[in-house]
Design a protein around this ligand. Structure first.
Ligand SMILES: *[C@@H]1O[C@H](CO)[C@@H](O)[C@H](O)[C@H]1NC(C)=O
Ligand SMILES: *[C@@H]1O[C@H](CO)[C@@H](O)[C@H](O)[C@H]1NC(C)=O
Ligand SMILES: *[C@@H]1O[C@H](CO)[C@@H](O)[C@H](O)[C@H]1NC(C)=O
Length: 184
């Protein structure tokens, strides 16, 4: 009999407590939460990245160009420093399709799985990269600790010589107020 009185009171208190918790975390979240860092993406032709469909027009294949329509698929490690022996903290898996007749621009989409700065999850990016200049690619979304993130990555070629090319990827990540994960 005593339980039938306690149960509703307990429920009421827990509802009040939940309401209070969500209201206070709401107030907290009005400051902008962001994270900025850089990683290095290593890509080796015919090892971590392959042309899977040949292009059809424009320029030929060179160190920095591919014919219009070329589809390239990659799965590249991302490390904390330029040295490819440094710690692997990310994987970029994606595709780029050459979309300019001079062979220098391509539409690129990738999922970048990350385990860094105490956060774990992925961000997906979509945009056009230029083969020899820095490019900004918007972040389309995220998973795990990066759920709901917005922002962009800046991809810059660092080393285009030889079989392995290296890109510096600067991440500029912003969590909106309604995201519960990410920096507090
Ligand atoms: C990669 O493999 C393709 C197909 O076997 C070949 O034509 C191309 O020359 C190779 N590229 C390099 C840089 O080894
Ligand atoms: C990518 O990183 C993993 C884990 O560190 C490693 O086992 C693998 O050999 C690396 N791949 C390349 C192509 O370096
Ligand atoms: C890269 O790191 C490895 C292992 O730490 C080291 O032996 C090598 O000398 C480094 N290479 C360069 C170019 O710094």
């Amino acid at each position: 009999m005593a339980n039938s009185l306690h149960l509703p009171l307990f429920l009421l208190l827990s509802v009040l407590a939940a309401h209070k918790a969500s209201a206070s975390s709401h107030n907290h979240d009005h400051h902008l939460r962001s994270l900025h860092f850089s990683l290095f993406q290593h890509e080796t032709v015919n090892k971590t990245g392959y042309i899977v469909v040949d292009g059809v027009a424009g320029t030929g294949i060179s160190q920095t160009t591919t014919p219009f329509g070329t589809i390239f698929v990659f799965r590249d490690n991302m490390t904390t420093s330029l040295n490819d022996s440094s710690r692997v903290v990310g994987i970029a898996e994606g595709t780029s399709i050459t979309t300019s007749f001079d062979g220098l621009r391509s539409l690129s989409f990738a999922k970048i799985t990350l385990k860094t700065h105490g956060y774990e999850g992925s961000v997906s990016i979509l945009g056009v990269v230029h083969n020899t200049k820095p490019s900004d690619l918007p972040i389309a979304g995220g998973t795990g600790d990066f759920m709901f993130v917005q922002g962009y990555v800046r991809s810059s070629p660092v080393d285009l010589q030889g079989l392995t090319v290296v890109y510096k990827i600067e991440f500029h990540l912003y969590w909106p107020p309604y995201a519960t994960d990410g920096p507090k």
